[in-house]
Design a protein around this ligand. Structure first.
Ligand code: VAH
Length: 316
């Protein structure tokens, strides 16, 4: 196995994958980070790309061999809202892809694995404020069930086989470089595009729906910092709680209005409201802070300012 860090990102064209590939290439070199997704990328690649289905074990193994991969970031998954529309496929994709990568690591073909979890592992019986790292977790969504099961499999493969798999329970993620896909928190991205293009937005989550969120640059930095931490500092082998800031739709609308004074926000809750209602309002991420030095850089205001400046450039 190559001594150089050779990384494969599966699901590289998604909301997180797009920015994670950019962050990894900036840190470890373009040629040492192979992007991969089920279809050809829409944007010009600064480094190698290999098309593969996240459920194709042979296809993934061929890429690992060809590029001498020793670390995999597995991001391919169906998110909360989409998964509710096709539970069987969501379970199949979210779990089969994880088993393929965990098995490759168990067989000694990978040194390290990253697999994202989500605050969606928590459910209606979880304490909603400052949700602890260890607490009741009875998810009521397909996505949350798959993430909770996946966390337990990660801990099992680490304990039983010594697989160095690491994970973060992401809150809702907000970025301007890539489009979100099928999430319940995606309203917090759409609002910017609609405010700039139309001066108004109709939120599919109601006033008062406070959710934990994070600006994408903080999430990418946390992900790479966790993967680069010494193994003996990574004490949580299910997944780490991580928090940025929490807000309700009316709060982000007020911040958007600082940039678009005539902006108007309307509310038309849909099926995603029930998903959001099952999740925590805020997260205790003291374990990540203690174990590997996590600390967010952005708050709501700073995120909105940066989103607005960049999207006004991109959308003009
Ligand atoms: C979703 N963006 O909405 C994802 C995330 C906490 C939410 O997992 O499904």
């Amino acid at each position: 196995m190559s001594q150089t860090k050779r990384i494969l990102v599966i699901g590289s064209s998604g909301q997180i994958g797009t920015e994670l590939v950019e962050g990894l290439r900036a840190r470890f070199g373009n040629e040492n980070v192979v992007a991969s997704d089920i279809k050809e990328p829409q944007v010009k690649q600064e480094g190698p790309f290999a098309m593969v289905d996240a459920m194709d074990r042979r296809g993934i193994e061929r890429i690992v061999e060809k590029y001498e991969i020793n670390e995999v970031y597995l991001l391919a998954a169906l998110l909360s809202a989409t998964a509710e529309k096709d539970p069987a496929f969501a379970w199949k994709l979210n779990m089969e892809s994880l088993f393929i990568v965990l098995e490759l690591a168990r067989e000694g073909k990978l040194k390290k694995v990253y697999w994202p979890s989500s605050i969606a592992v928590f459910g209606p019986t979880t304490p909603k404020d400052n949700t602890p790292q260890h607490t009741i977790a009875e998810p009521s969504t397909v996505y949350g069930i798959s993430k909770q099961a996946g966390e337990q499999w990660c801990a099992y493969y680490c304990k039983r086989y010594g697989v160095d798999v690491r994970s973060i329970r992401y809150p809702g993620l907000i970025g301007w470089k890539s489009a979100p896909g099928g999430g319940t928190t995606d309203y917090a991205v759409h609002i910017f595009h609609e405010a700039i293009k139309n001066g108004s937005y109709t939120s599919f989550l109601d006033r008062g729906t406070t959710l934990p969120m994070m600006y994408m640059p903080d999430a990418i930095r946390a992900t790479i910092d966790l993967m680069e931490a010494p193994a003996d500092q990574v004490k949580e082998r299910t997944s780490y709680n991580l928090a940025g800031f929490s807000f309700a739709p009316e709060q982000i609308a007020a911040e958007v209005k600082r940039h678009v004074p005539a902006f108007t926000m309307n509310y038309a809750p849909d099926s995603r409201q029930a998903i959001a209602n099952s999740w925590p309002r805020s997260i205790d991420d003291s374990a990540a802070r203690a174990d590997w030095g996590w600390k967010p850089k952005y708050d709501l205001k700073a995120m909105v300012d940066e989103m607005m400046v960049n999207l006004k450039q991109v959308l003009k």
